[in-house]
Design a protein around this ligand. Structure first.
Ligand code: AMP
Length: 500
């Protein structure tokens, strides 16, 4: 199958060939003819499958007819994160070199004025994150009644980030007669319900089992002790010993660990950048560009910041933490071994990670081999170490609460998943509850509201904030999720570990 057989215009075919692509990927081969025929499409596909070109190429062909009117975009693409939105713009720039189309990007963290000016001139393609799009709409600067084609990309990611109410609202603002393209890496029931609501008689295209991992990726588990110092040492050893490491992505579960690990690696002489939701937009794009261009070969990232990013030809993925959610493992390691290239994925596993690891192995349907020895080969843990580890995790969560930030994935915030605060008898002498204000019990703490529970009006403000950052502040009651660190600090009886 060649691109010429798909019905794309001559201008688009020239641009595709200039980009060096000769054969359409399966999602492109299957979706493009239907998009050109104005059918609704439900695409179950992960990033790395070429799904972005599966909608940008036929959109470009279709947009050759007609022209944009002021404030009335002709097509609309919704993306969950700013980076993904920026990537779609790049796709339009790459494949649209022979077109004179106006493409506008509406994302948080950028001034409204420039975005307003573009919309006012008239845009053919509007690429937006949901919160910022609704902000523009509410300011009366944007009319969505001219949208002929709507793309909802990474729908499962939208769900994770609490964007579904915004998406539902936006869908009501675009004409009922529009064409809709809906992409999701996975199809949980909530996403299927949305697909049923938004799509009319869609063509369903599924290009890979959602939970599958590419066979070109060599996956290995690496047993590691300790939390900070020990784990970082293990990681450094892995990076130094990696065979044919061209560039590597290093994933942490928590934003603060991303920053800390990046500093630590830099201190040890590695050329490394960081990408997490607390960084401003400019710093995020700079880190990503440096990594993409090869100027910086290592990037430490969190799941939310990195999900869906198009970073071609990554040779290695290192999971500094075993992800809490099994599907994140699939997304993380999907960054390597793309398009038939070989890749390697190492996951650091410590005591206490067994449950998360079992969930991953069950999801991908295969055991992951250990690089060396398994957890049993680790030296006996010193007494008190597991407790110290639990306590540190609690401290991490309470600090997050202190900043009023939502954890990177809303599901992480559910009380039943949180580590419980120490019981009175477990606390150090100085921390007895009767002597100081007591910390909120889990059931008293506000949990991150699920999308369907959020109040109607404050949603706009919340969505705005979510676009400003991947993390959303939540209302706090009393001490909120914050448990003062001194209440959680264990009695240190042994000698302090050497600091890095
Ligand atoms: P995506 O799934 O859209 O994130 O695309 C993943 C990567 O595949 C990107 O780096 C694209 O540039 C690349 N790509 C898209 N289409 C093709 C193709 N037909 N052949 C080879 N690579 C492609």
């Amino acid at each position: 199958m060649s691109f010429a057989e798909l019905g794309l215009s001559e201008k688009v075919l020239q641009a595709v060939s200039a980009a060096g692509y000769t054969t359409p990927t399966p999602i492109q081969a299957q979706a493009i003819p239907h998009v050109l025929a104005r059918r609704d499409v439900l695409g179950v596909a992960q990033t790395g499958t070429g799904k972005t070109a599966a909608f940008t190429l036929p959109m470009l062909t279709r947009l050759e007819q007609g022209r944009a009117r002021a404030r009335m975009p002709r097509t609309l693409i919704l993306e969950p994160t700013r980076e993904l939105a920026a990537q779609v713009v790049e796709n339009f720039e790459r494949y649209g070199t022979n077109h004179k189309l106006n493409v506008a990007l509406l994302i948080g963290g950028v001034s409204f004025a420039d975005q307003d000016a573009k919309i006012t001139r008239g845009v053919d393609v509007l690429i937006a994150t949901p919160g910022r799009l609704l902000d523009h709409f509410e300011r009366g600067k944007l009319l969505l009644t001219g949208v002929e084609l709507l793309v909802i990309d990474e729908a499962d990611r939208m769900l994770d980030m609490g964007f579904i109410p915004d998406i539902e609202r936006i869908v009501k603002l675009v004409p009922f007669t529009r064409q809709t393209l809906f992409f999701s890496a996975t199809m949980p029931p909530e996403i299927q319900r949305l697909a049923d609501d938004f799509l009319h008689n869609p063509v369903r295209i599924e290009v890979a089992r959602p939970a599958s991992t590419a066979s070109t990726i060599a996956q290995r588990l690496v047993a590691t002790g300790g939390e900070g110092h020990e784990k970082r040492k293990t990681l450094r050893g892995l990076i130094r010993g990696a065979v044919e490491l061209r560039n590597g992505l290093i994933f942490c579960n928590r934003k603060r660990d991303v920053a800390q690990l990046q500093r630590s690696l830099a201190n040890h002489g590695f050329n490394v950048a960081a990408l997490h939701g607390d960084m401003d937009q400019r710093a995020r794009m700079a880190a990503l560009d440096a990594f993409r261009s090869g100027e910086v070969p290592l990037l430490v990232a969190s799941d939310v910041a990195a999900r869906g990013l198009d970073i071609p030809a990554v040779s290695h993925v290192f999971n500094f933490d075993v992800p809490h959610h099994a599907e994140d493992y699939v997304h993380r390691i999907g960054r390597t071994g793309r398009a038939g290239r070989s890749g390697a994925a190492f996951t650091l596993v410590g005591r206490g990670d067994e449950k998360a690891l079992a969930a991953i192995e069950s999801l991908i349907g295969q055991p992951i081999p250990w690089a060396d020895g398994d957890l049993a080969s680790l030296p006996e843990e010193e007494e008190g170490a597991p407790r110290e580890r639990r306590t540190r995790e609690r401290e991490g969560r309470s600090k997050r609460g202190e900043r009023g930030r939502r954890p990177e994935r809303s599901r992480e915030a559910r009380p039943e998943e949180r580590a419980r605060p120490p019981r009175a008898e477990e606390r150090p002498r100085a921390a007895r509850p009767e002597e100081r204000p007591r910390a909120a019990r889990p059931e008293e703490r506000p949990r991150a509201a699920r999308p369907e529970e959020r109040p109607k009006d404050p949603r706009r403000a919340a969505a705005r904030r979510r676009d400003e950052d991947d993390a959303m502040p939540e209302a706090e009651i009393g001490l909120g999720a914050h448990v003062p660190a001194f209440l959680l600090r264990p009695v240190v009886l042994k000698k302090r570990k050497e600091r890095e």
